[in-house]
Design a protein around this ligand. Sequence first.
Ligand code: G3P
Length: 227
Amino acid sequence: MKLLIDDADIEKIRKIYEFYAIDGVTTNPSILAKSGRKPYEVLREIRDLLGEDAELHVQVVSSKADDMVKEGKKIVEKLGKNTYVKIPTVPEGLKAMRILHNEGYKITATAIYTPLQAYLAAKAGANYAAPYVNRIDNLGTNGIEVTRKIHDIFENNGFKTEILAASFKNSLQVLELCEYGVGAATVAPDIIEGFINNTTNVQAAVQDFTDDFEKLCGEGKTMLNCD
Ligand code: G3P
Protein backbone atom coordinates (compact mmCIF):
# COMPACT_ATOMS: atom_id res chain seq x y z
CA MET A 1 0.00 0.00 0.00
CA LYS A 2 1.39 3.38 -1.00
CA LEU A 3 1.30 6.07 1.69
CA LEU A 4 0.59 9.72 0.88
CA ILE A 5 0.19 12.83 3.04
CA ASP A 6 -3.23 14.49 3.01
CA ASP A 7 -2.17 18.06 3.80
CA ALA A 8 -0.74 21.24 2.27
CA ASP A 9 1.23 22.46 5.28
CA ILE A 10 4.76 22.59 3.93
CA GLU A 11 6.47 22.28 7.32
CA LYS A 12 4.40 19.24 8.29
CA ILE A 13 5.08 17.64 4.91
CA ARG A 14 8.82 18.36 5.22
CA LYS A 15 8.93 16.75 8.68
CA ILE A 16 7.11 13.58 7.62
CA TYR A 17 9.21 13.31 4.44
CA GLU A 18 12.44 13.53 6.44
CA PHE A 19 11.68 10.40 8.46
CA TYR A 20 9.30 8.20 6.50
CA ALA A 21 9.15 6.73 2.99
CA ILE A 22 6.21 8.60 1.48
CA ASP A 23 4.85 8.36 -2.05
CA GLY A 24 3.30 11.78 -2.48
CA VAL A 25 0.84 14.40 -1.30
CA THR A 26 -2.89 14.93 -1.82
CA THR A 27 -4.75 18.18 -1.42
CA ASN A 28 -8.30 19.37 -1.86
CA PRO A 29 -9.83 22.88 -1.91
CA SER A 30 -10.56 22.76 1.85
CA ILE A 31 -6.98 21.74 2.65
CA LEU A 32 -5.64 24.57 0.44
CA ALA A 33 -8.02 27.03 2.11
CA LYS A 34 -6.51 26.15 5.51
CA SER A 35 -3.12 27.41 4.29
CA GLY A 36 -4.62 30.85 3.61
CA ARG A 37 -2.12 31.25 0.75
CA LYS A 38 -2.39 31.38 -3.04
CA PRO A 39 -3.05 27.80 -4.24
CA TYR A 40 -0.36 27.59 -6.93
CA GLU A 41 2.22 29.19 -4.64
CA VAL A 42 1.67 26.47 -2.00
CA LEU A 43 1.42 23.67 -4.56
CA ARG A 44 4.65 24.79 -6.30
CA GLU A 45 6.46 24.66 -2.95
CA ILE A 46 5.10 21.18 -2.32
CA ARG A 47 6.13 20.02 -5.80
CA ASP A 48 9.66 21.42 -5.32
CA LEU A 49 9.93 19.61 -1.99
CA LEU A 50 8.66 16.28 -3.37
CA GLY A 51 10.64 16.33 -6.61
CA GLU A 52 9.16 15.60 -10.01
CA ASP A 53 8.71 11.83 -9.56
CA ALA A 54 6.41 11.85 -6.52
CA GLU A 55 2.65 11.93 -6.84
CA LEU A 56 0.87 15.22 -6.26
CA HIS A 57 -2.95 15.13 -6.37
CA VAL A 58 -4.73 18.42 -6.97
CA GLN A 59 -8.48 18.89 -7.22
CA VAL A 60 -10.49 20.88 -9.76
CA VAL A 61 -13.16 23.23 -8.46
CA SER A 62 -15.36 23.80 -11.55
CA SER A 63 -18.75 22.13 -11.75
CA LYS A 64 -19.05 21.65 -15.53
CA ALA A 65 -17.10 18.96 -17.36
CA ASP A 66 -15.56 21.30 -19.97
CA ASP A 67 -14.29 23.64 -17.27
CA MET A 68 -12.98 20.71 -15.19
CA VAL A 69 -11.01 19.60 -18.26
CA LYS A 70 -9.50 23.08 -18.72
CA GLU A 71 -8.67 23.30 -15.01
CA GLY A 72 -7.09 19.83 -15.02
CA LYS A 73 -4.86 20.74 -17.96
CA LYS A 74 -3.71 23.94 -16.26
CA ILE A 75 -2.98 22.09 -13.01
CA VAL A 76 -0.72 19.59 -14.81
CA GLU A 77 0.91 22.29 -16.93
CA LYS A 78 1.87 24.19 -13.78
CA LEU A 79 2.82 21.27 -11.51
CA GLY A 80 4.37 18.64 -13.74
CA LYS A 81 3.85 15.17 -15.13
CA ASN A 82 3.23 13.21 -11.94
CA THR A 83 0.36 15.44 -10.99
CA TYR A 84 -3.00 13.68 -10.72
CA VAL A 85 -6.12 15.68 -11.52
CA LYS A 86 -8.60 15.03 -8.71
CA ILE A 87 -12.15 15.16 -9.95
CA PRO A 88 -15.31 14.68 -7.87
CA THR A 89 -17.21 11.54 -8.91
CA VAL A 90 -20.43 13.21 -10.06
CA PRO A 91 -21.91 12.95 -13.59
CA GLU A 92 -20.06 16.05 -14.90
CA GLY A 93 -16.90 14.79 -13.24
CA LEU A 94 -17.19 11.35 -14.86
CA LYS A 95 -17.52 13.04 -18.25
CA ALA A 96 -14.40 15.13 -17.56
CA MET A 97 -12.49 12.03 -16.39
CA ARG A 98 -13.18 10.25 -19.67
CA ILE A 99 -12.02 13.22 -21.74
CA LEU A 100 -8.84 13.77 -19.73
CA HIS A 101 -8.08 10.04 -19.58
CA ASN A 102 -8.35 9.81 -23.38
CA GLU A 103 -5.83 12.63 -23.65
CA GLY A 104 -3.36 10.81 -21.38
CA TYR A 105 -3.88 12.70 -18.11
CA LYS A 106 -3.70 10.94 -14.74
CA ILE A 107 -6.96 11.05 -12.83
CA THR A 108 -8.00 10.58 -9.22
CA ALA A 109 -11.75 10.14 -8.82
CA THR A 110 -12.60 11.68 -5.48
CA ALA A 111 -15.58 12.08 -3.11
CA ILE A 112 -16.47 8.39 -3.37
CA TYR A 113 -19.06 7.09 -0.93
CA THR A 114 -20.34 3.97 -2.71
CA PRO A 115 -18.90 0.99 -4.62
CA LEU A 116 -20.95 1.75 -7.74
CA GLN A 117 -19.58 5.29 -7.84
CA ALA A 118 -16.10 3.75 -7.83
CA TYR A 119 -17.14 1.32 -10.56
CA LEU A 120 -18.22 4.24 -12.78
CA ALA A 121 -14.93 6.03 -12.08
CA ALA A 122 -12.97 2.94 -13.13
CA LYS A 123 -15.04 2.70 -16.31
CA ALA A 124 -14.24 6.37 -17.02
CA GLY A 125 -10.51 5.59 -16.86
CA ALA A 126 -9.58 6.95 -13.43
CA ASN A 127 -6.15 5.82 -12.19
CA TYR A 128 -7.26 6.11 -8.58
CA ALA A 129 -10.62 6.05 -6.84
CA ALA A 130 -10.74 7.75 -3.44
CA PRO A 131 -13.34 6.44 -0.97
CA TYR A 132 -13.80 8.67 2.10
CA VAL A 133 -13.48 6.07 4.86
CA ASN A 134 -14.32 8.13 7.93
CA ARG A 135 -17.03 10.20 6.27
CA ILE A 136 -18.71 6.95 5.20
CA ASP A 137 -18.46 5.70 8.80
CA ASN A 138 -20.15 8.91 9.92
CA LEU A 139 -23.13 8.07 7.71
CA GLY A 140 -23.61 4.86 9.64
CA THR A 141 -22.07 2.65 6.95
CA ASN A 142 -18.75 0.85 7.38
CA GLY A 143 -16.10 2.78 5.40
CA ILE A 144 -13.61 -0.09 5.57
CA GLU A 145 -16.19 -2.54 4.19
CA VAL A 146 -17.10 -0.16 1.35
CA THR A 147 -13.41 0.24 0.49
CA ARG A 148 -12.80 -3.52 0.54
CA LYS A 149 -15.80 -4.00 -1.73
CA ILE A 150 -14.38 -1.45 -4.18
CA HIS A 151 -11.02 -3.27 -4.09
CA ASP A 152 -12.79 -6.55 -4.95
CA ILE A 153 -14.81 -4.93 -7.76
CA PHE A 154 -11.60 -3.63 -9.33
CA GLU A 155 -9.81 -7.00 -8.96
CA ASN A 156 -12.73 -9.13 -10.16
CA ASN A 157 -13.35 -6.97 -13.23
CA GLY A 158 -9.71 -6.54 -14.24
CA PHE A 159 -9.76 -2.75 -13.82
CA LYS A 160 -6.33 -1.11 -13.55
CA THR A 161 -7.81 1.55 -11.24
CA GLU A 162 -6.29 1.55 -7.75
CA ILE A 163 -7.82 2.63 -4.48
CA LEU A 164 -6.53 5.82 -2.86
CA ALA A 165 -8.34 5.58 0.47
CA ALA A 166 -8.90 8.98 2.11
CA SER A 167 -10.57 10.60 5.10
CA PHE A 168 -9.06 8.73 8.05
CA LYS A 169 -9.76 9.46 11.67
CA ASN A 170 -7.38 6.95 13.23
CA SER A 171 -4.54 4.51 12.50
CA LEU A 172 -6.72 1.40 12.94
CA GLN A 173 -8.66 2.37 9.81
CA VAL A 174 -5.35 2.65 7.91
CA LEU A 175 -4.10 -0.67 9.32
CA GLU A 176 -7.22 -2.56 8.25
CA LEU A 177 -6.82 -1.37 4.66
CA CYS A 178 -3.08 -2.07 4.70
CA GLU A 179 -3.87 -5.67 5.72
CA TYR A 180 -6.28 -5.93 2.83
CA GLY A 181 -3.63 -4.64 0.39
CA VAL A 182 -5.43 -1.69 -1.14
CA GLY A 183 -3.38 0.43 -3.56
CA ALA A 184 -2.81 3.56 -1.49
CA ALA A 185 -3.92 5.57 1.50
CA THR A 186 -3.64 9.30 2.02
CA VAL A 187 -3.37 10.22 5.67
CA ALA A 188 -3.02 13.41 7.76
CA PRO A 189 0.48 14.02 9.24
CA ASP A 190 -0.60 13.62 12.89
CA ILE A 191 -2.09 10.18 12.17
CA ILE A 192 1.08 9.08 10.30
CA GLU A 193 3.17 10.18 13.30
CA GLY A 194 0.84 8.16 15.52
CA PHE A 195 1.83 4.96 13.66
CA ILE A 196 5.00 4.93 15.74
CA ASN A 197 5.14 7.78 18.27
CA ASN A 198 2.55 6.33 20.61
CA THR A 199 4.59 3.24 21.41
CA THR A 200 5.95 3.77 24.93
CA ASN A 201 7.07 0.14 25.04
CA VAL A 202 9.33 0.65 22.02
CA GLN A 203 10.88 3.76 23.57
CA ALA A 204 11.46 1.90 26.85
CA ALA A 205 13.14 -0.99 25.01
CA VAL A 206 15.46 1.37 23.12
CA GLN A 207 16.34 3.20 26.35
CA ASP A 208 17.22 -0.12 28.04
CA PHE A 209 19.65 -0.91 25.19
CA THR A 210 21.34 2.48 25.58
CA ASP A 211 21.56 2.19 29.39
CA ASP A 212 23.07 -1.32 29.21
CA PHE A 213 25.63 -0.26 26.61
CA GLU A 214 26.65 2.78 28.63
CA LYS A 215 27.12 0.55 31.69
CA LEU A 216 29.55 -1.50 29.58
CA CYS A 217 31.45 1.29 27.81
CA GLY A 218 30.68 4.60 29.56
CA GLU A 219 28.25 7.45 29.17
CA GLY A 220 27.66 8.72 25.63
CA LYS A 221 29.55 5.79 24.06
CA THR A 222 28.22 4.05 20.95
CA MET A 223 29.57 1.49 18.49
CA LEU A 224 31.41 4.44 16.87
CA ASN A 225 33.72 5.14 19.79
CA CYS A 226 33.88 2.10 22.10
CA ASP A 227 37.23 0.64 20.88
O1 G3P B 1 -9.22 14.69 0.23
C1 G3P B 1 -10.42 14.24 0.75
C2 G3P B 1 -10.36 13.57 2.07
O2 G3P B 1 -9.07 13.37 2.48
C3 G3P B 1 -11.22 14.23 3.10
O3 G3P B 1 -10.78 13.96 4.37
O4 G3P B 1 -10.66 14.36 6.78
O5 G3P B 1 -11.88 16.00 5.32
O6 G3P B 1 -12.84 13.75 5.76
P1 G3P B 1 -11.60 14.55 5.64
